[in-house]
Design a protein around this ligand. Structure first.
Ligand SMILES: [Zn+2]
Length: 450
């Protein structure tokens, strides 16, 4: 079995692989896969245990095509491992651990993820690839407004930018550097790039306007990069319209690292395919689907030593395409994240994701940036109420109500009641300044006796 060590460089050395032929990429993936299988079998009890239980002989798994012989794992499997093998689970791998980061704990206690020094170096190289594609250059002043915490993105984005020769302003989230101070720093010091969630980018715009700044004249910001929360096209339009800068989406998680990023074309997120193998499967049958078909994303981190993910169903519904991109990068792209499987709702038989609702709402400039979906169970059906912010009252509010109804009907195909809040009311409850990830859904189904 080959155990060739592959380099996963950052720009400019990475441009060779980012524009390589599909044959070269496939060869690198096959090499990485062999090393990963070997490592997982000998050093990661979680995989060996599961594969042995299914009678899998890894010597018969020769290349990426054979990956379908391995079982798909889920978030629940990792959580079960944590319960069975406390405190770290048996998915970590027997390597010297350089640092522990953890998922944000959307369900219960944070899930620890070990990283070797090599894992960390590669993930931050992948961040450098992202940021280079999104216009970060040597000498840029990059303000990181992500939280510095067990959640991974604050640190990895910082180190990725440093690898490009940028200067970092480690502001952290609004919890440590309040929004007014973030705005002052960006203005006085001449920040050129901000890393933050899409929602917080809009919050900073509001705060800067309240402070009397002209967003397009008083700042030198040329780009913002986002991750952690979903970024709809409508939200991107709002950010770019307000700040007069480019807004870029990125895709990843603590379990996977930094797999995908948008290039300047903003037409989907390129997957770092030397380091990752992405599949799309039918969410129910788990059968592989061809490029261009929507299904559940299944991710394999080929480079990781500690806590590798091998056929990890991350919980996102998306489509992958292999069509050429004008930027010249030959990595396939995720063109659309439709939503999270655990956020999927059925409203009168129609499948609805919160991101689709968000898209419809953000088309209407009269509505504020924050919104919430409240779900009850009525007669065994999901019953949803939309909560939105607006400063309109009386007749104007009634007109807006009609517009929202029309937008939801035509864009999402649903009709739901709408509840209005004054500007700032929802924002306060949803804690946009300090949160790591948004909680757009208030689920009251367990209490509604349905
Ligand atoms: Zn591209």
């Amino acid at each position: 079995m080959s155990t060739t060590i592959i380099n996963y460089p950052h720009p400019p050395d990475s441009y060779t692989i980012e524009t390589a032929s599909r044959e070269t990429i496939a060869a690198i993936q096959n090499q990485g896969f062999q090393r990963l299988l070997n490592s997982a079998w000998h050093k990661v009890p979680f995989y060996r245990r599961r594969w042995q239980a299914e009678g899998i002989d890894i010597s018969r798994i020769r290349d990426m095509e054979d990956i379908q012989k391995l079982p798909i794992i889920s978030k629940e499997d990792l959580e079960q491992s944590l319960r069975d093998f406390p405190p770290f689970g048996d998915y970590q791998g027997d390597y010297p651990c350089y640092r522990i980061q953890a998922s944000s704990g959307s369900t219960g206690f944070p899930k620890p993820i070990f990283h070797t020094a090599r894992d960390w170096d590669i993930i931050t190289n992948f961040w450098a690839r992202r940021l280079a594609a999104q216009g970060v250059l040597q000498g840029d002043l990059v303000q990181i407004a992500f939280t510095y915490a067990p959640f991974i993105v604050g640190f990895t984005s910082t180190e990725g930018a440093l690898k490009l020769g940028a200067t970092i302003i480690p502001a952290g989230s609004g919890a440590v550097t309040p929004s007014e101070r973030q705005v002052e720093i960006a203005h006085r010091w001449g920040t050129t790039v901000i890393g933050t969630t899409g929602a917080y980018a809009l919050r900073l715009a509001e705060v800067a306007e309240e402070m009397g700044y002209d967003l397009k004249k008083d700042f030198k910001i040329k780009a913002m990069f986002h991750t952690a929360e979903s970024l709809t096209e409508e939200m991107r339009d709002r950010i770019e319209g307000k700040w007069g800068c480019k807004s870029y989406n990125n895709y990843g998680s603590v379990e996977t690292g930094a797999p995908a990023w948008e290039c300047r074309e903003q037409n989907g997120m390129h997957i770092n395919e030397d380091g990752y193998f992405f599949e799309v499967v039918d969410p129910v049958s788990k059968q592989s689907l061809p490029d261009g078909k929507e299904g559940a994303l299944v991710i394999t981190s080929l480079f990781k030593e500690a806590a590798p993910v091998i056929r990890y169903m991350i919980g996102d519904i998306a489509t992958i395409v292999n069509t050429p991109c004008k930027c010249g990068c030959t990595f396939r792209r995720i063109i659309k994240i439709a939503g999270r499987t655990d956020e999927m709702l059925k409203v009168k038989g129609i499948t609805v994701y919160p991101t689709a609702v968000e898209g419809a709402l953000h088309r209407l400039p009269e509505i504020g940036n924050e919104y919430r979906i409240v779900i009850d169970k009525v007669n065994d059906q999901d019953h949803i109420i939309l909560q939105v912010e607006t400063d309109l009252l009386g007749e104007k509010q009634k007109e807006l109500h009609q517009k929202i109804k029309h937008s939801l009907k035509t864009q999402v195909g649903i009709q739901v009641p709408v509840e209005f809040f004054s500007p700032g009311e929802l924002q306060k409850e949803l804690n946009v300044d300090q949160r790591i990830k948004s909680r757009r859904i208030l689920d009251r189904r367990k209490n509604s006796g349905g």
